[in-house]
Ligand binder design. Structure first.
Ligand SMILES: Cc1cc2nc3c(=O)[nH]c(=O)nc-3n(C[C@H](O)[C@H](O)[C@H](O)COP(=O)(O)O)c2cc1C
Length: 253
């Protein structure tokens, strides 16, 4: 089994580890000229962004040559998956793959403009992540079929709502509007946790380029809590309790 994962605050790395097998970081794979993955089971673990998958995961689905008998997609999310299952199904079809299993794990929502991380962490036990993962891991290990269902209504929702929402939230120049305050000591952790290689630290401070994934890895993992949005619920940040800063660096650097 091979699980390809994308993570900013650790939820998807936690899930990928629990599913097991060989874990491959999507940001690292994307830096290769070609990507070829062959295994009896191959899966993706990634967050829901604006009701679909992160931009880099979509690009990965186009670039990677995957050969497998059992292909699965596991999202992590905090509020609603929107049309994410349908997007996984369509991306798999375009890649010439059959999506055998799609599911999602309800975890902390790390979307800072809306959610208070302290509140998200406090209410996490209600989501019973262990129980969700026990079922999901057993289903994948047993090769269970759980395909996405795309109805005419789903297609309409995708056209009217999901695509527009994604376009308004997922903009490659987003980080250029981030605010870095005086707490910054130019330690360069933001550079190392960024999956998109979008950040440089110079004598003049932290500079953001124009290929941001809007994952907030830099905001959530800054040791000085120095990076902010002009509009955020508050300044509390989040990293999955089973994942360390070194793990995020190892996945994204
Ligand atoms: C830009 C952005 C958009 C998001 N959109 C959604 C969404 O539409 N629905 C949802 O339930 N969660 C959404 N989330 C929350 C993440 O999917 C969720 O916190 C995920 O578990 C984070 O995974 P990670 O810790 O591996 O980075 C969004 C997060 C970000 C940063």
């Amino acid at each position: 089994m091979t699980v390809c994962f994308f993570t900013a605050s650790g939820n998807c790395l936690d899930v990928a580890r629990r599913i097991g097998g060989t874990l491959l970081s999507i940001p690292k794979l994307m830096r290769q000229e070609t990507i070829e993955i062959e295994d009896d089971a191959v899966g993706i673990a990634c967050p829901v962004y604006a009701g679909e998958m992160p931009m880099m995961v979509r690009e990965f689905m186009t670039k990677a040559k995957i050969k497998t008998e059992y292909f699965f997609f596991v999202y992590t999310f905090g509020m609603s998956c929107g049309a994410a299952f349908a997007h996984a199904e369509l991306a798999a079809r375009e890649a010439g793959l059959t999506l055998n299993y799609v599911n999602a794990v309800h975890m902390v929502d790390n979307y800072l403009p809306i959610f208070d991380m302290a509140d998200q962490i406090r209410t996490l036990p209600e989501k019973n992540v262990d129980g969700q993962l026990e079922r999901l891991c057993a289903e994948i290990a047993a090769g269970r079929q759980r395909p996405a269902v795309i109805t005419a209504k789903t297609k309409l929702q995708m056209a009217m709502f999901s695509n527009r929402l994604a376009k308004s939230i997922l903009k490659k120049d987003t980080a250029q509007h981030y605010i870095v305050n005086n707490a910054c000591i130019r330690c360069g952790i933001c550079v190392r946790v960024c999956p998109a290689n979008n950040i440089t630290v110079t004598e003049n401070g932290v500079l953001f380029s124009d290929h941001c994934e809007v994952c907030y890895a830099c905001l959530h993992n800054c040791p000085r809590n120095a990076i902010h949005l002009s509009r955020e619920a508050n300044s509390v940040r989040f990293r999955n309790e089973h994942v360390t800063l070194q793990d995020i660096i190892g996945a994204n650097e």
